[in-house]
Design a protein around this ligand. Sequence first.
Ligand code: CUO
Length: 660
Amino acid sequence: MQWAVVTAVFLAATVAADTNVAYQQQTINRLLYKISSPIKSTFTDLKQAAQSWNPREHIDKTSDGGAAVKRLMDELEDHRLLKQHHWFSLFNTRQREEALMLVDVLLHSRDFLTFKNNAAFFRERMNEGEFAYALYAAVTHSYLTRYVVLPPLYEVTPHLFTNSEVISKAYTAKMTQTPGIFKMEFTGSKKNPEQRVAYFGEDVGINSHHVHWHLDFPFWWTGDKIDRKGELFFWAHHQLTARYDAERLSNHLPPVDELYWDRPIKDGFAPHTVYKYGGEFPTRPDNKEFDDVEGVARIRDLKVLESRIHDAIAHGYIFNADGTHTDIDNDHGIDILGDIIESSAYSTNVAYYGALHNQAHRVLGAQADPKHKFNLPPGVMEHFETATRDPAFFRLHKYIDGIFKEHKDKLPPYTEEDLLYSNVRITDVEVSELSTYFEDFEFDLTNALDTTENVNEVSVKTRVSRLNHKPFSMNIHAHADHDDKVTVRIYIVPKYDENHIECDIDESRWGAILLDTFWTEVHAGDNEIKRKSSESSVAIPDRVSFPQLIHDADVAVANRAELPHKDTRSCGHPQRLLLPKGTKEGMEFWLDVFITSGDDAVHDDLAVHDHGSTHGYCGIRGEKYPDKRPMGFPLDRRIPDIRVYKVPNQHGHVVKIFHH
Ligand code: CUO
């Protein structure tokens, strides 16, 4: 094609691209469609960009003078980049470097046209896993793509969300041109008690939340400061752990025990999951003793890192690399500890505190082949998409959570002054029936399969059982002395332990599950504050499926219309998992409602504007975390004297969650 014609196509696209969200959505859909195959020839402008666009010739359209483009192009031209059709893991240092070089290129693209063409160019030349990760990260963080809805990852890279049996059936279906829906069973057998909670660890919605949490809050992030990222690392994973333990209780299992470096990893795991390229995910037998992992970490070094962190907690300060100290015995300490323990690029002393959590993921993932004798690919623990499938994930996070608890338990308990908001007295809280059930869910596997232009597509899907609950609502009756904005926090806390012994609040508070936080207004006199489960700020609705996103964007572009979907956030527990699974007789929880002053809000308008919602575990994109108080307030600190908590602006009663 003549250059002039190419330019005309690009120019026509520019006008559309920068003014039309539907066009952007269509472009991102097409870039992610079958990432292991070349761009479809019918996606003309992307195909042309892949062939004719030269990123070096467009550095005037970048915000860094083309530095990121030059860096990545040099690597490409020197043949240093990972080949295509090879596994990718974010925890692999070199692979991450390569993916982040592309993130840099995309985030420094000054307009969507440049973003798109750079993406198309590198899509055909870089490893698919690196490309997909980079595109997801860039779309998440670029202001250019802030209205784009990212397709559910379970339909973009289905291999990482379903099992090998389903994948091989899908291949057969395509070979024989026979459409099919294949049942996805949870990994393992009933002989393994852990199997009882596999529905939670293998829930595609939880896996999707988890991978998106890490996309919203990447440990490698060095761009504009993300508010309270270290604390959110603690909080999002603390809540995952608390949810998991509640599922265990409901299934007559004790809370998950933490990981110990000098004891065997009690539960093994056979993932029954296969890489698109790279073979089967490795299996770990029961009671595997920890081995050092060559090129990653020695167990004794991890113990040293752990001990330095314990020291920091005991001292109440950390050592920064420049020799100064930072105090952590305060509300902000948890944020600093989160950065250090994960560790993220915000850690002020990686040389001393290391990266305990990230290293632990790698060490756990490599236990099947710690010396790389068998050339096994990374384990499930080395991908955020697959990590929660392995019971060791929850052991690891219980261990990390225990370190955070040590710090929180050192802080002084809240006083009545901290808790009392004298304007409001809660007189009653009505809750509709709380009940859970399993239902079937289907998702699309088209993108798992290779494609050529002369073999017809066939419909291939998988069906999986997933937990859901009946919609419920609450009606909080509160008397106010005067008009004011207020902060409402709602938790549920298991009432009994696994032996049906009633828990003391100081034990059980650490297992509290945040159902909702929101801001509203009260008026002098009696108020009814009504809230539905679907409004919860910790949860997101079902994701729009990839086929639907493709259809809607294509229709919107063809008709110059707007897209029907507005929910752009992918981070947040699925709404259907807001409640832990109940029991037939009804599982008892304390329902705790706290109303405090609206001054706890960071943004003035939170009572009328939710800033994109789903902030509970995921903050607000590009803005400050909305709640000034520590995450988990007021159940995050020791409660040696329950009387302090009996303020009139608090209400607690026992509720039952049934399972039908
Ligand atoms: Cu999310 Cu360990 O941080 O998995």
